[in-house]
Design a protein around this ligand. Structure first.
Ligand code: ZN
Length: 292
């Protein structure tokens, strides 16, 4: 039976509070294991708890998402007044200050497979207050750098969230300024990859891994990049509860739906479906040091 690891899911989010067990059961039936990705302390703790409940099927990450790395007028990082709140992620907004020591202590749990998601998000800058643009970018970079160091210190891979502003590659260029060349021991995964072919070539040369999600089933903008990236550097994700693949568009996404993305990937890469799944499964195990 084929196996797939959904390397970037958020099954610990409140979006699944009503039926989490059933969602995980459907994933198991579909041969899908998953990594539950943290976005701040609360969601990282929830990911670790879930990973212990399902030791053979779920792993966790701990990290601080760039959308939460905001500043206030005194420039303190991770403050409340411009903190991003998403109901699917947290029922109540619980802003928290970035605390690398807290992440460090959580990251020592044996079920933690990576540090992140962390990185740069310039997409939301466009819809937030322009006056804060420079200071928010600085805050994101500072918070990201501390997590890069933590990943190196603990010898864990880095789950990177890097989202450019609309139609641009800006955040990828800044990522390359920060991490090029990549330290050879630091497996670095760019999640939900949407870069142009030009920047893809640079990121491949620098040694990054890439994950693709449901968007490849319905948008054709990423085909060129996807075809360029060697299969050994590709992983699969849902980013659930967000961005469900066709034919589930508009619904809440879940790990079992990753099968649709894998099918599309096999078609775009001109590969046999089972062989593609096997290759990507072995990539995922190697990148995250997952044994089963
Ligand atoms: Zn995510």
């Amino acid at each position: 039976m084929k196996s797939i690891i959904d390397v970037h899911s958020h099954v610990q989010f409140p979006a699944y509070d009503e039926d989490r067990e059933a969602v995980i059961e459907r994933a198991k039936m579909a041969g899908v294991k998953m990594i539950a990705v943290g976005t701040q302390t609360t969601t990282s703790e929830a990911a670790i708890k879930l990973a212990h409940q399902y030791p053979d099927d779920i792993w966790a990450t701990v990290g601080y998402h760039p959308n939460h790395a905001v500043v206030r007028s005194d420039r303190s990082v991770g403050a409340a007044d411009k903190w991003h709140h998403d109901l699917k992620e947290q029922k109540k907004a619980v802003p928290e200050k970035f605390d690398i020591e807290k992440l460090r202590s959580l990251a020592k749990d044996p079920k933690v497979a990576a540090i992140g998601e962390c990185g740069l998000d310039y997409y939301r800058l466009a819809i937030s207050d322009k006056r804060y643009e420079t200071s928010i970018k600085e805050a994101q970079k500072e918070v990201f750098l501390q997590q890069v160091e933590l990943a190196q210190e603990l010898n864990k891979p880095l789950m990177i969230h890097c989202r450019p502003s609309k139609g641009a590659d800006d955040a990828y260029h800044d990522l390359l300024e920060i991490l090029n060349p990549l330290p050879p021991t630091l497996n670095s995964i760019v999640h939900f990859y949407v870069g142009s072919l030009a920047v893809t070539k640079k990121l491949v040369a620098a040694g990054f891994y890439f994950t693709f999600g449901g968007v490849i089933t319905f948008a054709r903008d990423y085909d060129e990049s996807l075809r360029y990236i060697p299969l050994e550097r590709i992983l699969l994700e849902t980013d659930c509860p967000y961005v469900a693949p066709a034919p589930y568009r508009g619904k809440r996404n879940e790990p079992a739906f990753i099968v649709e993305t894998a099918k599309k990937m096999a078609e775009l890469k001109n590969q046999d479906f089972s062989q593609l799944c096997e290759q990507i499964y072995s990539n995922s195990k190697a990148v995250f040091g997952i044994k089963s």
